[in-house]
Design a protein around this ligand. Sequence first.
Ligand code: TYM
Length: 342
Amino acid sequence: KKRIVSGVQPTGTIHLGNYLGAIKNWISLQTTYDTLFFIVDLHAITLPYDTQQLSKATRDTAAIYLACGVDTSKASVFVQSHVRAHVELMWLLSSATPIGWLNRMIQFKEKSRKAGDENVGVALLTYPVLMASDILLYQSDFVPVGEDQKQHLELTRELAERVNYLYGRRKWKKLGGRGGPIFKVPEPLIPPAGARVMSLTDGLSKMSKSAPSDQSRINLLDPKDVIANKIKRCKTDSFSGMEFDNPDRPECSNLLSIYQVISGKMKEEVALECQDMNWGMFKALLTDALIDHLHPIQVRYEDIMSDPAYLDKVLAEGATKATDIADATLNNVYQAMGFLRR
Ligand code: TYM
């Protein structure tokens, strides 16, 4: 079976962008592929954070994975920091990562500009190396993510190729010319719709956990009336009818895409269904679709959270399975890089 890995940071609340760009797609992949889904708590400390909240947010995120349909009889779910190999491989990879590659990362530039010098730790710069290690440790074939992670995936691929080039041969020689490269070179899986969900209050900026206004996003755990209120107050325009891909109507296109993915319909079908609607009618349609889709997830979330022992067990089992795979890769890398065996 080909392997898939992906993860979400336990910062803030999980929103519709995280769901449509990533988590929703994990669900359809878990039957065909060998899947590992982690909660990237080590990534969550790259910007100032609240130590009182981290462990709670980590459990919440795990519960949301399960509530969204991640099936632990098929997929492994675990916490990144519970598998020590992630940080260890990161150090080894760091030595093969040119600083220039990291300086070029759009997310680093954006986040460091927003955070201000005092708050920019070295880890914000080296963040993509940790992400590469999350992926390469498992010899992953595919990584389902939203559009904003594309550049990090590209760096992961380049880094895998570089390490294979720099250290791969030494290992092959030792094995008498047999054996393959150290890392598999993974590919991103970016969905055709929902890969870049935009803010409800500005169709030109991405829906994000860190945006100051909660009105800008739909959180997966928002109650019905909050969802209805957010859609009611979201930004609109004064055109008539609803249409996709009009550059003058980013909000319209964004909300239609959300409706498309949530309803499971084809783009053409949605375009036809909504072309003659006014904003009021469309908003009512979208609100109902969102509430219908999210309600069962919320019920399952409450159910999972009511049994902490179950969640602990899932995470412990996930970490054990992941550690086996990760340690094998890590040992290979140590060997290929010439370390003394212990
Ligand atoms: P994070 O936590 O910012 O986001 C988690 C996932 O949600 C996607 N996403 C979006 N998709 C569509 N529209 C949006 N507005 C939107 N906002 C976020 C992201 O693309 C992502 O797929 N570095 C990663 C986490 C990570 C990871 C990994 C992912 C760490 N190691 C290894 C895959 C494999 C991050 O910060 O995602």
